[in-house]
Write a protein that binds this ligand. Structure first.
Ligand code: CTP
Length: 248
């Protein structure tokens, strides 16, 4: 990132080239990543899901997929074999990452179930839709100026479905996106979904959607907690992957 300071155009702001020493430190740190995940297979999900209403409309959410993609890259940097199942995003995974494109929560569910058994770890960073339209109209729903109600039914909960097929040596990590009672809600998800670890992301403190930075707390099933300060998603992904790796 550029530094802040006096600029050539006589204004002050973010736009100065980072000091060569800083660039050197960053690059050497990048290339010195220890291959702590070598020989491990990691399955990740990222991005939103889309639930069709009719041929031209869908229900979705504001997930950008950036955190999941950064984690996939970090896992790769640490030497893991990475499969990334992703909903529609503008992002492209690196060349050594096996990317599987899906749209709906049902498709993500099927892909996760197909891939899970050959992986050492599942990281569910995606934001599946919680509800879908009960009926998908075959033709575009026309505007008739009356109120329109959609009947919604729950989608399958992917993590909960993994609970019964998870082997002892497989690690499952979830994310909790909360606007209130963060720790209480995250703990309930950790327990109900049978997770080893949950990453708590509070929307109230910042807007994580589409942002390049994030601030999270890790909550382990043994009650341990670790908080990370606000940092770039790329840096955070490296730090999180180091912690996730310790679980294996
Ligand atoms: N998740 C899932 N299947 C779903 C919905 C969510 O596996 N159908 C996963 C997410 O990928 C995340 C975790 O469950 O890792 C928690 O997701 P979150 O949206 O925070 O919570 P929900 O379980 O959907 O509960 P609520 O929306 O009520 O907070």
């Amino acid at each position: 990132e550029p530094n802040e300071g006096e600029l050539a155009c006589n204004t002050f702001g973010k736009g100065r080239m980072a000091e060569p020493e800083e660039i050197y430190q960053y690059i050497s740190k990048y290339f010195q990543k220890k291959k702590i995940l070598s020989g491990k297979r990691i399955l990740l999900t990222a991005g939103p899901c889309r639930e069709a209403i009719d041929p031209v409309r869908f229900i979705s959410n504001r997930s950008s997929g950036k955190m999941g993609f950064a984690l996939a890259q970090a896992a790769k940097d640490f030497g893991a074999k990475v499969t990334l199942i992703t909903g529609p995003t503008d992002l492209l995974a690196g060349p050594d990452i096996h990317q599987i494109q899906i749209e709906s929560t049902e498709e993500m569910y099927k892909a996760v179930r197909k891939e899970f058994s050959r992986n050492n770890m599942l990281i569910m960073a995606a934001a599946p839709a919680d509800y879908k339209s009960k009926k998908i109209a075959g033709q575009k729903i026309k505007k008739d100026f009356n109120d329109l109600s959609l009947e919604l039914i729950p989608t399958v909960d992917i993590l909960t479905s993994i609970k019964s097929i998870k082997k002892k040596n497989q690690i499952v990590i979830g994310f909790a996106l909360e606007t209130e009672n963060g720790e209480k809600n995250a703990l309930a998800k950790l327990k109900n979904k049978g997770l080893d670890l949950i990453v708590l992301n509070m929307v109230a403190e910042q807007t994580p959607f589409d942002s390049d930075t994030n601030k999270v707390t890790l909550m382990y099933k043994n009650g341990q907690k670790t908080s990370f300060p606000m940092m770039s998603k790329r840096e955070l992904a490296w730090q999180l992957m180091e912690k996730f790796g310790e679980l294996m």
